[in-house]
Design a protein around this ligand. Structure first.
Ligand SMILES: Cc1cc2nc3c(=O)[nH]c(=O)nc-3n(C[C@H](O)[C@H](O)[C@H](O)COP(=O)(O)OP(=O)(O)OC[C@H]3O[C@@H](n4cnc5c(N)ncnc54)[C@H](O)[C@@H]3O)c2cc1C
Length: 463
């Protein structure tokens, strides 16, 4: 089999892989980036482009008071304290340098939003395809090599148990790629991995499958075969808020519930507190008839649409014909296929709760995660957006140290093997806060590059 030797081998070309590859090549390492599919970018390229960082220039410009401590509290609350605190520490300690590194590479953040799991606006929106293109340009200019159509299929260890290489398959057969400083798994999650979903999260098979085409969990399986530990596997959940016809070409997601919409099922009944994480909502909606929930709102919410900004662009969804609109709730119910009497009674009770006349049916007290005042739904026209859970990502996987080294089921380091990005578990715990996945990909991508460069410098490896 043909053999190729590099300082560092990175499998997977989403944000995690590209940051690690770029940062390692900038540190002087000879790096190869392997991608299974014909195209670079994975789920990262399909994503909304939100990065979660605290203490940024964008927050300061909008007088948003934030801190690493507040961010940590939100991460722990969303994660129900099941997160690995050492990984949170690593993220929070490196977020500022990563944010600056991205900016130094030409990344700009065009909007700052309050989103799922955040107690202050912390989602920094980027044009993610441009981010990936900027990084890949730098990587290539630094002499980095990219091989598409190369699927990593198994890891190779030496007699000491150190991982020294990875075998790939392409159209020509098998190739061995040896990494003197190590092998990095950046192969993404398993939102397309039906076998893994069946094992770890069978209920999620009812969600709309999404995410990068190559995200079948290959990296997780390769590491598992070497005894890697796993974390957060029971927390896999889709994201609530995508139209049933959501296709590959356009990521359609509306979070009008964080602007004041309620969510009702086909009976017109609310079924959960809409201010919770959209991952929690994604789990709840699977239990509703047809797995369907309607975001119902009025003209006040409609005016908050932000054209061009993912999650808040109601204008675009209306243009696509995906939003029902009517002058009365009765007409809206008829148009959308919601039980009329149920919807009218639900809105009456909701408005009465806002007026302080009765408790809220689902215990809602805020717009999003404790922030913002819900308002009455009473100003025509009225709108309904039918939405399901979209399995964008899995946010669980192999256990790692804060340096990105894969650990086995007993917590011992699997020497020579790194994992970053969505293939890893332990960071999010029970649920994910918007922007922390791209954030995690970038932060740990840089950490691993630095660690691998130091490892090569110490000449601790093998090859
Ligand atoms: C529609 C959508 C919107 C999202 N929005 C956001 C957001 O705004 N903010 C946020 O933080 N997160 C968001 N997420 C989640 C986030 O995009 C992902 O979790 C993150 O991009 C994962 O990055 P990654 O580099 O680990 O994996 P990916 O970007 O998925 O890249 C993994 C790559 O590895 C390749 N690969 C897989 N197996 C192999 C193999 N055997 N050999 C070689 N290559 C392989 C895949 O083909 C893929 O290209 C969103 C996800 C989706 C789908």
């Amino acid at each position: 089999m043909p053999e190729h030797t590099f300082d560092l081998v990175v499998a997977g070309s989403g944000l995690a892989g590209q940051v690690a590859a770029t940062a390692a090549s900038e540190a002087g390492l000879n790096v190869v980036l392997l991608e299974k599919t014909a195209n670079l970018g994975g789920s990262s390229a399909m994503s909304g482009g939100y990065f979660a960082f605290s203490g940024t220039e964008e927050q300061a410009a909008q007088n948003v008071g934030d801190s690493a401590e507040l961010f940590r509290r939100d991460l722990l609350e969303s994660g129900r304290h099941r997160n690995d605190p050492a990984l949170l520490d690593a993220y929070l300690a490196h977020q500022d340098s990563t944010y600056r590194w991205l900016k130094d590479h030409g990344v700009t953040f065009r909007a700052l939003e309050l989103s799922s799991g955040q107690s202050v606006p912390r989602s920094h929106n980027s044009a993610i395809k441009d981010v990936l293109a900027l990084l890949h340009k730098t990587f290539t200019a630094r002499g980095g090599e990219t091989r598409t159509g190369h699927r990593a299929v198994r890891l190779v260890r030496n007699e000491n148990g150190t991982v020294t290489g990875v075998v790939t398959e392409n159209g020509d057969g098998e190739h061995l790629f040896t990494g003197r400083a190590g092998i990095v798994l950046a192969t993404g999650g398993f939102s397309r991995g039906v076998d893994l979903l069946r094992t770890f999260a069978p209920e999620q098979l009812a969600a709309i499958p999404y995410g990068g085409k190559g995200n079948t969990g290959d990296g997780l399986k390769m590491a598992w075969k070497l005894g890697a530990g796993m974390a957060d596997m029971a927390s896999v959940s889709g994201t609530y808020g995508s139209h049933p016809d959501t296709g590959e070409e356009f990521h359609e997601l509306l979070t009008a519930y964080y602007l004041g919409a309620i969510i009702v099922n086909t009976h017109g009944k609310r079924f959960t507190d809409e201010s919770q994480s959209y991952k929690v909502l994604g789990r709840e909606v699977l239990n509703q008839p047809e797995g369907l929930g309607f975001e119902v709102f009025d003209a006040k919410v409609r005016t908050q649409s932000e054209p061009g900004i993912p999650l808040n662009d109601i204008d675009l969804l209306e243009d696509l014909g995906h939003v029902f609109k009517a002058d009365s709730l009765e007409e809206l119910a008829d148009a959308a296929g919601i039980a009329k009497a149920g919807l009218i009674e639900t809105v009456r009770r909701y408005n009465a709760a806002i007026d302080g006349l009765r408790p809220d049916d689902v215990g809602r007290t805020s717009l999003c995660n404790g922030v913002g005042e819900p308002a009455r739904i009473d100003e025509p026209p009225f709108y309904a957006y039918p939405a399901k859970s979209l399995l964008t990502s899995t946010f669980s996987g192999v256990t790692i140290t804060p340096a990105g080294q894969v650990t086995d089921v007993d917590g011992g380091i699997i020497d020579g093997l790194y994992a970053i990005g969505e293939v890893t578990g332990g960071f999010h715990g029970a649920a994910y806060i918007t922007g922390t996945s791209l954030g995690k990909a970038a932060v740990f991508g840089r950490i691993v590059a630095e660690h691998a460069a130091a490892r090569l410098g110490e000449d601790t490896n093998v090859a």
